[in-house]
Design a protein around this ligand. Structure first.
Ligand SMILES: [Zn+2]
Ligand SMILES: [Zn+2]
Length: 419
């Protein structure tokens, strides 16, 4: 021993004890997206590297240093889902059946992050994309969907909202920002100095204290929006207000992807150490065209399942008890075990969750207890000879004899389980 193979750094098993919370989050997402007529799509994990380089942008953290790329094959394990989803949308010409469509997908994403900072290299996201409309009402709907998911899970969260403008108004703003940054270059961190040339908006996003201090009073893109972008953002706010959504404007929120235009947002929390985005997204009009599709606008978000599960656990005093098993069968002796084995199959076929034990009665009752089974059937050689079994209710400790007949047992079990 001493040479066991363990999971890779940044890769994590989701063990059975955690599954109840994961399922609860996933089922909540499915429930809520269904209310908004979002249909599921499942996508491959491996894509052409070019897809991500073209969509996410070359000067981004993801493309510069976080992608898992097989260099010889020019393929990449997806770092996010939007690009793959749009690739599938274009490839299957899904817009032909209906130009306005809504999709969601759930699955693992991969980025070469630093595991020592608690970052996972395989993480999971629920991804939602509303395609085909640039109406501000759609932006508000998507914000409402995110808020609804957290509300249903009873997780307190803060919604931050910004507009990143468009290819018309962003370049002039960029110029203003660059000259602001030029005057402060000596006081910025190394990353920010580099980015002030390659991707100046990202400097606004720096978390380092010394950079934050320099960025006080930095020009805000919101003040430089062109007229159509300004009108759109006002409409988004009006619609969101109309839905009673609570949000804060954050002019420093820039998101780490090049494809965003106009509305961008994050659902953030302070409860996971430093401030963290649990769900984030924005509008990406123009991206589908850039990937070879038509001029279809779109907006979407990715919800981090790990962080949502962590928050859900924090806000649950105890996880709702999950029943994995309806019935445990303790058979004693080979003949009884053989008979109970077919009974177990009949009950499973009928939809019950059943398992059998082995060993002494005492040991099997312990197994039943550990498995959390509410009901136990006990069948030894005597019971078998008399054509009956003992049915024990583990909560009340009451026992009754039931005739050893599959349908009769099934009926009685159903009665007891429905109580
Ligand atoms: Zn604009
Ligand atoms: Zn910095």
């Amino acid at each position: 021993m001493g040479n066991n193979i363990t999971a890779l750094q940044g890769f994590k098993d989701i063990v059975p004890a955690d599954i109840a919370l994961w399922r609860e989050v996933e089922e909540c997402v499915r429930e809520v997206v269904g209310r908004f007529q979002c249909v599921e799509i499942r996508l491959p994990i491996l894509e052409a590297s070019e897809l991500f380089i073209r969509s996410i942008g070359e000067q981004t953290d993801i493309v510069e240093k976080e992608m898992y790329t097989f260099v010889d094959k020019k393929v990449t394990i997806r770092p996010e889902a939007t690009a793959s989803l749009l690739r599938a949308y274009i490839e299957h010409r899904l817009h032909l059946s209906n130009p306005v469509q809504r999709f969601f997908t759930i699955g693992p994403m991969f980025r070469h992050e630093r595991p020592q900072k608690g970052r996972l290299r395989q993480f999971h996201q629920a991804d939602v994309e509303f395609l085909g409309s640039d109406n501000a009402r759609v932006d508000a709907e998507l914000l409402a969907m995110g808020a609804m998911i957290f509300a249903l899970l009873a997780i307190p969260i803060r919604l931050e909202l910004n507009s990143l403008g468009c290819p018309v108004c962003r370049p002039p703003y960029r110029g203003v920002l660059v000259s602001f940054l030029q005057q402060r270059l000596d006081f910025l961190c190394e990353d920010c100095r580099r980015r002030s040339v390659t991707n100046p908006l990202r400097v606004l996003d720096c978390k380092k204290e010394k950079c934050r201090a320099q960025l006080d009073g930095a020009p805000a893109l919101l003040d430089y929006l062109c007229e159509p972008c300004r009108v759109h953002f006002t409409q988004v706010r009006t619609c969101a207000d109309g839905l009673g959504l609570d949000y804060h404007i954050n002019t420093a929120m820039v998101r780490g992807l090049d494809y965003y235009v106009r509305t961008t947002f994050e659902f953030v929390t302070d409860e996971l150490g430093s401030q963290a985005a649990v769900c984030a997204g924005g509008r990406y009009d123009g991206l589908i065209e850039m990937l070879g599709g038509g001029p279809v606008p779109g907006i979407g978000f990715a919800l981090g399942l790990e962080r949502t599960v962590l928050l859900l656990r924090k806000h649950r005093r105890e996880a709702a008890p999950v029943r994995d098993l309806d019935l445990f069968i303790a058979a004693l002796g080979d003949d009884a075990a053989a008979r109970c084995f077919t009974l177990m199959h009949t009950l499973r076929t009928a939809g019950l969750r059943v398992n059998m034990g082995s060993g002494s009665l005492k040991s099997q009752m312990k197994q039943a207890d550990r498995a959390g089974a509410p009901l136990v059937i006990i069948c030894g050689e005597n019971e078998l000879a008399e054509g009956k079994v003992v049915l024990r209710d583990m909560a009340t400790k009451q026992q009754e004899d039931v005739e050893l007949q599959d349908n009769g047992i099934l009926l009685r079990l159903r009665q007891l389980l429905e109580r």
